[in-house]
Design a protein around this ligand. Structure first.
Ligand code: FAD
Length: 386
């Protein structure tokens, strides 16, 4: 799909970014350095800060102070002379070209980039919202985790049983880094950590060299791994699986898979079978040339792109070029996903587990390399006030 006359609105084209995550944040950052002439930028975000998931495990383990994983959207938007609407969008009306809200007037757009990320997959799990801590929204994860710990701590002085639902790399890193957080909040309370996953093995996407290392490290830390068990219910003290298994747990963290964020439910834009927005290789929705979709929220037709921040980040420069091209009525560029990517899992002990092209290592230098890459990424979004 290419540029259209319709979209090259020229004078005062309204560009709207819905969700300021890994990809849309890149556009906001470049806009402040080199704004697109004759266009106005509006950013819509549920929160005034965006979070960088790569630093969440390090924040849990105390390697970073809590604010370090946050991008301050107010100062970034101010520096870019962009309007910032801090309110969760509830849908997108493609015909009326507006972003919809429950508690805000609709925001009109000429060009829209949807980058609202994903939420943990809670499909088929019956849970009282009070009894578990989903990893998203990440902006409130630490606060919700802290509050849940305060609620359950008095009854769990002897031993705290933690269950992490989802054995992907996110769930594994959380299991590595959580103990240090528990010690900081609760003191030296005894605890157990269990990962439960519906698949036959945890660590989806890890190479055959890295996965056994991750499993061995978990075992050495005393983390129990239960596979082939699909959770169906989470109660206050117990989690129930489809096969009838019951896993006692005081604290349940939901880190399972990636499901579409609720805002995608309320739009007629074409979606894949899971509910993510379908796009062409130019990142344009297959249903509207003026709507682009990026990161976890999108699925490219005829390409297999994992829901990972690395891909979302790499889409940033293409998205930037294509928004500019749409404004100017020029041809758009394709996004070509890389075949493999570097994975660095924080193991919470001053080391990281590296997985790259079938090669794997667990060492201090891997953590320092991860810290360097993550810090460099975040530095781009720091606004120095003059
Ligand atoms: C613990 C953990 C660790 C991870 N570590 C890595 C890693 O090391 N490497 C890696 O490649 N991937 C990692 N991932 C995956 C990575 O986080 C995602 O793939 C990435 O965040 C996707 O980026 P995005 O821009 O699509 O969405 P996000 O970065 O999630 O941004 C979406 C933004 O949209 C906002 N939003 C959502 N709904 C609305 C709405 N209705 N209205 C307004 N705003 C909205 C959200 O608040 C959020 O700020 C990790 C995930 C987790 C859970």
């Amino acid at each position: 799909m290419q540029s259209s006359k319709e979209s090259s609105a020229g004078q005062d084209t309204r560009v709207v970014l819905l969700g300021i995550g890994h990809t849309n944040a890149h556009v906001l950052d470049l806009w402040r350095r080199e704004p697109i002439a004759e266009a106005r930028l509006v950013c819509v975000s549920s929160f005034a800060a965006s979070t960088y998931s790569g630093m969440l495990p390090g924040t849990l383990s105390g390697q970073y102070p809590p604010g370090r994983l946050e991008i301050d959207l107010r100062s970034l938007a101010q520096a870019a002379r962009a309007e910032l609407v801090v309110e969760p969008a509830s849908g997108v009306d493609v015909e009326a070209r507006t972003v919809l809200f429950e508690k805000h007037e609709p925001v009109p757009f000429d060009i829209l980039s949807v980058g609202a990320g994903s939420v943990p997959n809670r499909a088929g799990i019956d849970a009282d919202p009070e009894v578990w801590v989903p990893i998203k929204p990440m902006q409130t994860f630490l606060m919700r985790l802290y509050e849940r710990l305060q609620e359950i701590a008095p009854q769990n002085r002897q031993e705290l049983r933690v269950l992490v639902i989802g054995g992907g790399v996110g769930g594994i890193e959380i299991s590595f880094c959580l103990p240090s957080y528990l010690r900081r909040v609760l003191g030296e309370v005894r605890h157990t950590i269990t990962i439960v996953d519906a698949g036959e093995r945890i660590g989806g996407g890890l190479s055959p060299r890295a996965l056994p290392r991750a499993e061995a490290l978990l075992e050495a830390r005393g983390v129990e791994v239960i596979t082939g068990a699909r959770v169906t219910r989470v109660d206050d003290r117990e989690t129930v699986c489809a096969d009838g298994r019951r896993i006692p747990a005081d604290l349940v963290i939901l880190a399972a898979g990636a499901a579409p964020p609720p805002v995608l439910e309320n739009t007629t834009l074409p979606k894949d079978s899971r509910g993510f927005l379908l796009t062409s290789e130019t990142l344009q929705s297959t249903g509207s040339e003026n709507v682009l979709a990026v990161g976890d929220s999108s699925t490219m037709v005829n390409a297999s792109v994992p829901k990972a921040g690395v891909y979302a980040v790499r889409q940033g420069p293409v998205l930037w070029r294509n928004i500019g091209a749409l404004v100017r009525g020029e041809p758009l560029s394709p996004y070509e996903p890389q075949h493999d990517f570097l994975r660095l899992l924080n193991t919470g002990d001053g080391k990281a587990l590296m997985d790259y092209k079938g090669w794997s290592a667990h060492a201090g230098w891997c953590w320092r390399f991860k810290d360097y890459l993550d810090s460099r990424f975040m530095a781009r979004f720091r606004v120095i006030r003059r």
